[in-house]
Write a protein that binds this ligand. Structure first.
Ligand code: BGC
Length: 246
């Protein structure tokens, strides 16, 4: 089955039709800049433009970087606060004219990695973390997702964890890889204390530079790098939109 996957990020909104049985993108990705400020109406227009680009009329799966329950956005850590309480699924459905499913961005990446990537076949407690503008989390127990875990917002040294250990913080504060790895290690240590995961999957843009920091980490659980990198959100969004009777 083919579903259009769209990944809404802080700087770009990108999409491609996905074969959800194989996880393959059917065409090249198409990307448009995220409108600034990223208010609901403006973002929905860009989503509609992507759907038009692909001449799409079937189901669409869309990621969003916040808590999403039954299509409604509940939080706005790194997006415009107008999103809080917005029924994003209905909004995108109106502008695209297609059936839409909306999921948290890290959950989407996790779904894709557990099916086609670094977490394939992994049982036990698996935690995928994306390090980017914020920190996203996706928690799996024997392959089942516990959605909207938001573990980027646990408190460390009196601060939101993602404010200390996101990749954006590394860049903005110009932290050395060693200094940043210390912060990430402290963060992972706290998560281990709380969840005792069997495996961490590290995703997000910074995972391309994994050799700079992963060797410096000291978790008990094994750490692997996400395999789908840039495509995980698109693929996972499409998978989340699979109609129930398919
Ligand atoms: C948001 C999460 C999101 C993560 C990565 C956090 O600030 O609260 O919902 O998954 O950033 O984008």
């Amino acid at each position: 089955m083919h579903i259009l996957g769209i990944d809404i990020g802080g700087s770009g909104i990108k999409g491609a039709p996905v074969d959800i049985e194989t996880g393959a993108l059917l065409t090249e990705r198409f990307r448009l800049p995220t409108p600034q400020p990223s208010k609901p109406g403006e973002v929905a227009e860009v989503v509609a433009e992507l759907a038009r680009h692909f001449g799409w009329s079937g189901p669409i799966g869309i990621t969003f970087p916040a808590i999403v329950k039954q299509g409604v956005v509940w939080s706005a850590a790194n997006v415009d606060s107008d999103w809080i309480g917005t029924d994003a699924a209905s909004l995108f459905q109106r502008t695209t004219g297609c059936p839409v499913t909306v999921v948290n961005d890290a959950d989407a990446a996790g779904i894709a990695e557990m099916t086609f990537g670094a977490g394939k076949g992994q049982r036990g407690v698996v935690m995928l973390l994306t390090f980017g503008t914020g920190i996203g989390s996706a928690l799996f127990v024997n392959g089942h997702l516990v959605p909207n875990t938001e573990l980027g917002h646990i408190e460390i040294r009196g601060k939101d964890a993602e404010k200390r250990a996101s990749d954006r913080t590394r860049q903005v504060k110009d932290l050395s890889w060693e200094k940043w790895a210390e912060r990430v290690d402290e963060y992972l240590g706290r998560l281990e204390y709380l969840f005792s995961p069997d495996l961490f999957i590290i995703g997000g843009g910074v995972s391309k530079k994994a050799d700079r920091f992963v060797p410096l980490l000291s978790t008990r659980a094994e750490i692997v790098i996400a395999a789908l990198l840039n495509d995980a959100g698109i693929v996972g969004a499409a998978m989340a939109a699979k109609p129930a009777d398919e």
